[in-house]
Design a protein around this ligand. Structure first.
Ligand code: GRF
Length: 203
């Protein structure tokens, strides 16, 4: 199976996925890394692993639809079985989401449905949340709202800062994403209607 990863930032999740493929934990190939930012750290990580990169710079397009069309063309050229959003910081149009429904995953740094949107760590701390974590979900038209596939939980510590909490959440993310992706490429994980199923059982 062919995986395309989309990233806008550092790409630590992307690299965790690539390393899982390299050690045989994911039975698939990452065929390309696509970024909307020419200076994304993920691009250097892809080069280090010999993975082709494509840049679809959103500042070069007049409107969300034009950008999404260019992005879809870049993705489809790779003939992916799975599209992985790994810190891809763009809101995607409904038409774009429909195109990849059931074969696009996202990672969100909270225990969804808690804290959809941005600044999740600061919000969890401000609320005095006792636990926090990360969620892998299928991408649907609802922002950060698709069926949850897998979650990782951590305790929030009394002296936590957003940065320290984020670091512990990222460690969870780097274990979580390869596991969910391995399930998908082996045919165990599917989107059935509005539910995610593993081996046919609703998650
Ligand atoms: C991750 O924390 C992820 O939860 C969020 O953006 C961050 C991406 O980090 N969507 P990286 O680019 O994978 O290092």
């Amino acid at each position: 199976p062919r995986i395309v990863v989309l990233a806008s930032g550092e790409g630590s999740n992307f690299e965790a996925i690539v390393e899982a493929v390299e050690r045989g934990a994911i039975a698939a190939r990452v065929v390309a890394l696509i970024s909307n930012r020419p200076r994304a750290g993920a691009l250097a990580r892809a080069a280090h692993h010999g993975i082709p990169t494509r840049i679809v710079d959103h500042t070069g397009y007049d409107g969300r639809e034009a950008f999404d069309a260019a992005l879809a063309a870049a993705i489809d050229a790779q003939r992916p079985d799975l599209v992985v959003l790994a810190g891809f910081m763009r809101i995607l149009t409904p038409e774009f989401v429909d195109r990849y429904l059931g074969r696009m995953l996202n990672i969100h740094p909270s225990l969804l449905p808690r804290y959809p949107g941005l600044d999740t760590h600061a919000r969890a701390l401000a609320d005095g949340a006792a636990e926090h974590g990360a969620s892998i979900h299928f991408v649907t038209r609802e922002l950060d709202g698709g069926p949850v596939v897998l979650q990782g939980r951590i305790a929030v510590l009394a002296d936590d800062t957003p940065a320290r909490l984020a670091a512990r959440v990222q460690a969870v993310e780097h274990r979580l994403y390869p596991e969910a992706i391995a399930w998908f490429v082996s045919g165990r994980l599917r989107l059935d209607g509005d539910r995610a199923t593993l081996d046919g059982n609703p998650l």
